[in-house]
Design a protein around this ligand. Structure first.
Ligand code: HEM
Length: 86
């Protein structure tokens, strides 16, 4: 079926910062990076720098021409949303 897209806060994103469970947010969309790690032309180490956090700036700095939407659409987890205010 159609997978459910999650609303991911920065603190939840931060929990997914490990090689076998690595998420990042790019342009407001959250992706699971783990399946792509072995295939990244820039290497796993570089890609892991954005694990668990908003990777938009670093991604745009390194290769703004790469279409992340197209590449990682299949591993989209959801959307980055603000922390709920208490
Ligand atoms: C190269 C994808 C994140 C560093 C590439 C290339 C793709 C790609 C497709 C080849 C581009 C080309 O040859 O024109 C992605 C995706 C990312 C991501 C989908 C995130 C979801 C990052 C991050 C960094 C990084 C966060 C650095 C901190 C590099 C470097 C290269 C590269 C250095 C050049 C490798 C080389 O040609 O020797 N990446 N990347 N990437 N990426 Fe990434």
């Amino acid at each position: 079926g159609v997978p459910t897209l999650l609303r991911v806060t920065p603190s939840v994103l931060k929990q997914h910062r490990h090689r076998d469970d690595a998420w990042t947010a790019i342009n407001g969309k959250v992706y699971n990076l783990t399946p792509y790690l072995p295939f990244h032309p820039g290497g796993e180490k570089e890609l892991m720098r954005v694990a668990g956090r908003d990777g938009t700036k670093l991604f745009l700095l390194t290769h703004s021409w790469v279409n992340v939407d197209f590449m990682l659409d299949g591993s989209m987890v959801g959307f980055l949303v603000p922390e709920p205010s208490s």
